[in-house]
Design a protein around this ligand. Structure first.
Ligand code: ZN
Length: 861
């Protein structure tokens, strides 16, 4: 590692100390100026710990003044070393005034107050408030905020902050001054300020108890026609939370601002959500079905945070999953109720099996409640969010929907207005249900992916079925000893004559046997139905049994899962040299054929059943990832299916109804199945015409993208022409150009390197915009396994270049980009070498951010 002047000190969960002071009220005053914004902060402080000095966090601030009870402090009365302002000698209760100056225009990290084009925008989670003013920047210090914003009236018609607007006027010299008051005490990470000129969409919502809430959506000028879907989704989310959890919105106004400059998806600031515009703006011509789905789910997610996150927040950042795991679970349940529950679940399972399993197997492995953190930004992970949501889902599976809802009600009643912990949550669930969750709580402290083994034995004479389950969790980078978890294993028994039985098995031991009497014949067992726990399943079932499940299980997710397992097995056999001819059972083709000939109502599910697992899912089943083996087996099988069922794909493609674009479950399913067929048809030499027709006849972005992807994956000549046409047509629309960047970056051919080079000089590409960088480079490193893992190491070098360049601009985004390199130990010798080399180059650089440093150093150690 390069010598390090910075103090890089990881924090431990166990070192938590309550704050030495509380700050019950804060009065903030902003005079906006892109190069020199003046922030005055007037706070009431109350001592909690005798004798303690006051130590406030601050970064990149120019301190202009400090006053205690209206008396200015001299330089000798405080200390400004490190990233804090320390005042050794303060009274027990006092007023503190701090005036600072900041430069939003220089803020490319997009944390704190920054410029998003011509607008001002803030992002304070996790520790961005310290870039605005000196403060106790920690989630357990809750304050009531009053905010005054001043800016040039003509350029800034909208000056927004949290809560209710209490005053607005324009001064003689043309300044606009707006005042806001948020009656709900909140931690500073939920503070927000936005200033700009926007198109405004307005609506309202009447709550269950009859209160009217004004809804306002602010989007960039000219984008109003793309805002309606998000606004409607918000109303659906508000209604859903009332109906499902009895939770009503609490303020009189709810504002959402869409910005093109944002590090993440969106942010739940109290009463003033800030969204990445990608998750707000949609119209038929520009947004895919997936975009619509994401918008609805993220609008829901941020809204649901109002209770799980804002009304009850986190004691410290180690508890992040308390709000995020729970809120992801809530948004998943919402999405499931709004559309296809099966498809939602399949998407969630895919994410766990790819990114989350990969994280568990990486140097960054951590429990959903991390134990040690250097840079908090690095812990907004699939483990905390999505495995966190799986843990909550298991609770609901164990306690039942009703019991879970009662636990939620108790949790919110007990902790409303507080900063709580994961233990508090578990305790509420436990008390509301009188159910001992002490073993279950291990899911919060144990990292790694558990392996579940499952086998069955049937005794025809006694009619007893014996099921044996076993669990083991391998050591992870952060933790060597693993205990037995409480794992809910849902099963379905498929008996002869269409008879079915469902059971919930609670595995609490390393090995456990479950017996069932009066089972009249040997059943096929569906294990882990609906993915009832986030584990890896090893089952003994025969190929035949898997295909039987794919055909007959009640749960669509289980059907999909069985066929995924079947394919993993086939790929593994090929890699192990056991099936060089890629032989597949006739039964498989018969089944696929019957689905294509009679897809029934759930066409989206049929499309999933006809899909091969993706590279990333398969990769997670190997300790050492056989990159070339997986890719080539997948390619072979894909071609075999495409050839064998050629005419069925064509006739299914022709039979699925096409109608004018609508975003609803049935139409989404139709498009998905047609796209699936097109994807296979593209592997026939004579497919060019059909691909072009699909592209040119498309009246919506989903179909357009389907044609582009099909022609891209099959490496047809058509792709180049279509992408050129697409890029030309949308060359002034950033959100659509992101799709073009993504398509360029995921080409399976070597051409990708030239294309990425070219795209970097596109007028709309900018290193300062995270969406653009992700569209090009995350797409390449995470969705283009063939070229990213190119044997000559070119892919790794390209990513290193992007990470280094980005780290100087936006460390948080740079650190996300680096993820695929961290697991270098899981590849073959020569790839290991190539990956380690580029990591070492990064490690040797003298100016690494904490964000990238934490990951690189863990990876190389
Ligand atoms: Zn969240």
């Amino acid at each position: 590692m390069a010598t390090d002047q910075q103090n890089r000190q990881a924090k431990s969960r166990h070192d938590y100390q309550p704050p030495a002071f509380l700050i019950p009220t804060i009065d903030l005053h902003f005079e906006l100026d892109s190069a020199a914004t003046i922030v005055s902060s007037v706070m009431q402080l109350r001592r909690q710990t005798a004798g303690a000095a006051l130590k406030l966090d601050g970064q990149h601030l120019k301190l202009l003044q400090v006053l205690i009870d209206n008396k200015q402090l001299s330089d000798a009365q405080y200390d400004l070393s490190g990233e804090s302002l320390t005042i050794p000698d303060v009274p027990d209760a006092f007023e503190l005034k701090i005036v600072t100056q900041i430069a939003p225009v220089e803020n490319t990290a997009l944390e704190g107050l920054y410029m998003a084009g011509n607008s001002y925008c803030t992002q304070c989670e996790a520790e961005g408030f310290r870039r605005i003013s000196y403060f106790l920047d920690r989630p357990d210090v809750l304050s009531e905020y009053r905010v005054t914003i001043k800016a040039a009236a003509a350029s800034y018609p909208y000056l927004l902050s949290n809560g209710n607007k209490i005053a607005e006027h324009i001064t003689a010299d043309g300044s606009r001054i707006v005042q806001w008051h948020d009656p709900f005490p909140k931690p500073c990470y939920l503070f927000a300020l936005v200033a700009g000129d926007y198109d405004l969409l307005e609506d309202n919502f009447i709550t269950a108890s009859g209160r009217e809430v004004a809804l306002q959506l602010f989007v960039d000028k000219g984008q109003a026609h793309r805002g309606d879907f998000a606004l409607q989704a918000l109303k659906r989310a508000m209604r859903w939370d009332e109906q499902r959890f009895n939770l009503e919105y609490d303020l009189d106004i709810y504002m959402v601002v869409a910005t093109d400059f944002f590090n993440m998806g969106a942010m739940e600031n109290k009463g003033l959500n800030v969204f990445n515009s990608k998750y707000v703006l949609a119209e038929t011509a520009t947004a895919t079905d997936r975009d619509y789905f994401n918008i609805e789910s993220i609008i829901g997610h941020e809204y649901f945070h109002n209770w799980t996150g804002n009304r009850v927040t986190c004691q410290d950042w180690f508890q992040l999953s308390l709000k995020e795991g729970l809120t992801v679970f809530r948004d998943q349940e919402f999405s499931a109720d709004m559309g296809s529950a099966t498809l939602c679940r399949i998407d969630a399972v895919k994410l766990i099996r790819t990114a989350q399993f990969a994280e568990d197997a990486s140097p960054m492995a951590h429990p959903i409640r991390p134990e040690s953190v250097l840079e908090m930004n690095n812990f907004y992970t699939v483990t905390v969010y999505d495995k966190g949501a799986e843990v909550i889902r298991m609770l609901q599976t164990i306690l039942g929907k009703e019991g879970f809802a009662q636990g939620m009600a108790l949790y919110l009643k007990r902790h409303d207005g507080q900063a709580a912990t994961c233990d508090d949550f578990i305790r509420a669930m436990q008390d509301a249900n009188r159910y001992d969750l002490s073993q279950f709580a291990l899911w919060y402290s144990q990292s790694g992916t558990t392996q579940l083994t499952a086998s069955q034995q049937y005794d025809a004479a006694t009619q007893v079925l014996t099921l044996t389950l076993g669990q083991s969790t391998a050591a992870t980078a952060d933790q060597s000893v693993k205990k037995a978890l409480l794992i809910p294993v849902r099963i379905e028994l498929l008996l002869s004559g269409n008879e079915k039985q469902s059971h919930l098995l609670l595995l609490t031991e390393y090995d456990q046997v479950f017996s069932f009497n009066n089972i009249s014949n040997e059943p096929v067992v569906v294990w882990l139905e609906h993915f009832s726990a986030p584990v890896k399943l090893q089952q003994q079932s025969s190929d035949d049994a898997l295909l039987h499940i794919a055909a007959f299980a009640t749960d669509g997710v289980a059907r999909w899962d069985a066929i995924q397992q079947f394919w993993s097995r086939k790929v593994a056999e090929v890699i192990a040299g056991k099936n060089a001819q890629h032989v597949l059972p006739p039964k498989l083709f018969q089944m696929m054929q019957s689905w294509l000939r009679d897809p029934g109502d759930d066409k989206a599910l049929i499309a999933e059943l006809l899909s091969l697992p993706d590279f990333e899912t398969l990769a997670e089943q190997y300790e050492q990832i056989p990159v070339d083996g997986i890719l080539s087996a997948l390619e072979q099988f894909r071609q075999i299916i495409a050839d064998r069922l050629q005419s069925d794909f064509v006739s299914c493609y022709q039979q699925v109804p096409v109608s004018a674009y609508q975003y609803d479950e049935a139409s989404v399913g139709n498009r998905r199945l047609r796209a699936l067929c097109l994807g296979y048809i593209a592997f026939q030499h004579n497919s060019q015409q059909l691909l072009q027709a699909h592209y040119h006849q498309a009246d919506n972005m989903s179909d357009t993208i389907a044609a582009l992807m099909a022609s891209q994956q099959a490496q047809t000549d058509t792709f180049k022409a279509l992408l050129a046409d697409f890029s030309q047509r949308w060359n002034s629309d950033v959100l659509v150009m992101d799709k073009a960047f993504g398509l360029a970056a995921t080409q399976p051919s070597e051409q990708v390197f030239t294309s990425i080079e070219e795209m970097q000089s596109h007028p709309l590409f900018s290193w300062k915009n995270p969406n653009r960088v992700r569209a090009l480079f995350s797409a390449f490193s995470m969705r283009n396994p063939r070229q990213f893992h190119s044997a000559d190491g070119k892919g790794y070098q390209l990513l290193q270049y992007a990470v280094a360049k980005m780290d100087a601009i936006n460390p948080q985004v740079a650190a996300r980009l680096i993820t695929p390199l961290l697991s270098w130990r899981r590849y073959d010798e020569s790839r290991q070498q190539a990956m380690r080399n580029v990591l070492q180059v990064l490690a040797d650089s003298s100016s690494l951010s904490n964000d990238v440093f934490e990951k690189v150093s863990r990876s190389l150690s």
